[in-house]
Design a protein. Structure first.
Length: 189
């Protein structure tokens, strides 16, 4: 090192993934890049977030005993040079049971408040979308008027995963598109 220069700051790493296994000293996490061995120390902080509100601001204190196989984790720390092990500074957990409960609620919402069909017309001026739904009794056309704060999402061209959907807009919807919407039905359906 040359006098007067400071070494590059080491940036903390963030690893997210599902718990494969856990013991008193380590957690194996299945991350996108492969399995990472997370070392637990007496200085590791544990926090739990809910699936309903997955914000770090709402995290509450937890312990390593709260973590089980299949839970989702976000771990911070300084990654070892091997890229496969990480001494944990903080571990944020979302339990698989919380995730399952959230999914069950979402499925129920889609059953009671959802609609799916093929777009037959879009009127950007009146902000209305007409879709055709098919059932045992034939097809039905439904006109939808999105609320002003409605969120539009479009699946990525190379993925059908909702997590990878991109922000979109009414103007990007075209006849022939398949559309799913969640909202409140009018009295006449």
């Amino acid at each position: 090192m040359v006098f007067g220069q400071t070494p590059e700051a080491v940036k903390p790493s963030v690893v997210t993934g599902d718990v494969v296994s856990i013991n008193a000293t380590s957690i194996v996490v299945a991350a996108k890049t492969g399995e990472v061995n997370v070392a637990i120390t007496d200085k590791t902080e544990f926090k739990k977030v809910t699936a309903e509100n997955p914000s770090l601001k709402t995290a509450v204190a937890a312990t390593a005993a709260d973590i089980g196989a299949g839970d989702k984790l976000m771990v911070t720390g300084i990654m070892n040079p091997d890229g496969k092990s990480l001494p944990a500074r903080a571990v944020y957990l979302m339990s698989k049971s919380d995730i399952a409960q959230k999914r069950a609620k979402e499925i129920e919402r889609w059953k009671t408040r959802g609609i799916s069909g093929t777009v037959t017309a879009v009127n950007v001026q009146t902000k209305q979308i007409t879709i055709e739904t098919r059932g045992l009794m034939g097809s039905t056309k439904t006109v939808m008027t999105p609320k002003t704060d409605a969120k539009f999402m479009r699946y990525a061209a190379d993925s059908v995963k909702w997590e990878e959907a991109k922000v979109s807009s009414l103007s990007e919807i075209a006849p022939g598109d398949t559309l799913r919407a969640l909202g409140d039905k009018s009295a006449d359906g």
